[in-house]
Write a new protein. Structure first.
Length: 101
């Protein structure tokens, strides 16, 4: 039982760190777009943002039907997956699967 509690604590801490990292990433890219960066850095930031958005769009396309079954708004699900990716949808779908069993 103690191992299960430790595992849950580690998962919660990992999720918190992932959310903070993603929020920092989006805040820094937003700031970089407003302030403007020098030549090599603007390309790197734009490339990173493009890759992140593309990856999260693919993620959303993969899980949208399962997320629709949760009863949450489609727009909310889309934006949450776009900004947070697997950090958003994995716990929801895991809870949904455990409730079905």
């Amino acid at each position: 039982m103690n191992i299960v509690l430790k595992r849950r604590c580690i998962i919660k801490k990992s999720k918190f760190i992932a959310v903070i990292t993603l929020l920092s990433f989006w805040a820094l890219t937003f700031t970089a777009q407003i302030t403007g960066l020098n030549s090599p850095f603007d390309f790197i930031v734009n490339l990173a943002v493009s890759i992140m958005i593309l990856a999260h769009l693919v993620e959303y396309l993969m899980v949208r039907t399962r997320l629709a079954k949760t009863g949450r708004s489609k727009i909310y699900n889309f934006l949450a997956v776009l900004f947070f990716g697997v950090v958003y949808w994995k716990p929801i779908l895991s809870d949904q699967e455990s409730n079905q069993n």
